[in-house]
Design a protein around this ligand. Structure first.
Ligand SMILES: C[S@@+](CC[C@H](N)C(=O)[O-])C[C@H]1O[C@@H](n2cnc3c(N)ncnc32)[C@H](O)[C@@H]1O
Length: 336
């Protein structure tokens, strides 16, 4: 299989040769300007993160993440015939969602796009390493640089909450989809879920960084410079994280954008109550302190609680209380 780094010929407006280059080291002036310019903040923050992003979020392209990506897709669109011929990902990051979906047989060819040039570069490199037929563009999800009626499927993971005008972006998604084509967005934070996740994250960070100041736990303390850098990154997160979603409101936005058959689903309640402290603890202590035993605990704990969420809590807890929301819908079929 070939990997395409060139623009797709049919798209008159697309030109990968003019895409901006990554800026992994922003100047102090750029960072200051980014505080009042959310899109500049997205680029600086994600360009800075791009090369370390897969490690930071335990992203891989093996069966573990293939199953995770496919599970999110099937939860809202599992009853559809596969594969989709041509798929687009918005806010692809390092390619986690679309590349793993392609490996599981969801789409035959793919285009990865992101506002951050550094992320597109890493996503294309990951696709090349996996031998997947993927091309890529630097693109803003509010003005997608592809022609009308181009794609059979548009996907995104953890991207909608970064986009200033979500309805405008979904209108663009429907424009580039072929009639009857489907979109699937997953990994968006619910409003209630975001509240308890942030609270748990902050409490875990405070507790861990305080306790590891005790002299006999000095080995468990990350160097102050690294902790300061993490705190600065967290401050920028406040500039790049723009929305949280109530599932019904997200459905209303997609319907207002013109989509048919809109359906939002939520997941991870007990799993998120474990996951956020675990992830924050991992960020607060030196990586070498946490071996395979910890990784196994974190993964099996998350899996068991996800099972509990799906089989039991889904029937008794309101859907808005779960941490993740995903949404699907289709472009209306053309009417003469
Ligand atoms: C939280 S990351 C998720 C990355 C990847 N989808 C994943 O799940 O690992 C959000 C991504 O959205 C991108 N992004 C933010 N605003 C965007 C926009 N307006 N248009 C396109 N991409 C955007 C960021 O650069 C970043 O790579």
């Amino acid at each position: 299989m070939t990997v395409r780094h060139d623009p797709i010929p049919a798209d008159s407006s697309a030109d990968a040769t003019t895409d901006p280059a990554p800026r992994p080291h922003a100047s102090a002036e750029e960072v200051a300007a980014a505080r009042s310019d959310t899109k500049l903040a997205q680029v600086l923050y994600h360009d800075w993160e791009a090369e370390t992003y897969d490690d930071k979020w335990s992203i891989s392209y093996d069966q573990r993440c293939i199953d995770y990506a496919r599970g999110r897709f099937d939860a809202v669109a599992g009853d559809q015939p596969l594969p989709y011929e041509r798929a687009l990902e918005l806010g692809c990051g390092t390619g986690f969602f679309l590349l793993n979906l392609m490996q599981s047989g969801v789409a035959a060819t793919g285009s990865v796009t992101d506002l951050s040039p550094g992320m597109v570069k890493v996503a294309l490199r990951n696709a090349e390493n996996l031998g997947l037929p993927v091309d890529g563009r630097v693109a803003d999800a509010e003005t997608i640089p592809y022609d009308d009626d181009t794609f059979d499927l548009v996907v995104g993971h953890a991207v909608l909450h970064h986009i200033p005008d979500v309805e405008q972006s979904l209108r663009e998604v429907l424009r580039v989809l072929k009639p009857g084509g489907r979109f699937v967005f997953a990994g968006e934070p619910t409003t209630v879920g975001n509240f308890y996740a942030r609270w748990l994250g902050r409490a875990t960070w405070e507790a861990t960084t305080r306790v590891t100041k005790l002299p006999f736990l000095a080995d468990w303390r990350r160097p102050q410079q690294e902790l300061d850098e993490s705190s600065r990154a967290a401050a920028l997160e406040a500039v790049v994280d723009l929305h949280t979603f109530d599932p019904a409101e997200l459905e209303a936005i997609a319907t207002a954008a013109g989509a048919d058959g809109v359906q939002a689903k939520t997941e991870e309640f007990a799993a998120a109550l474990l996951g956020w402290p675990v992830r924050t603890f991992e960020a607060a202590v030196p990586a070498e302190k946490l071996g395979w035993g910890w990784a196994r605990f974190a993964f099996t704990g998350w899996k068991s609680l996800s099972w509990l969420d799906e089989k039991v809590l889904h029937h008794v807890v309101p859907r808005g209380y779960f941490y993740n929301v995903m949404i699907t819908g289709t472009k209306p079929l053309a009417t003469d």
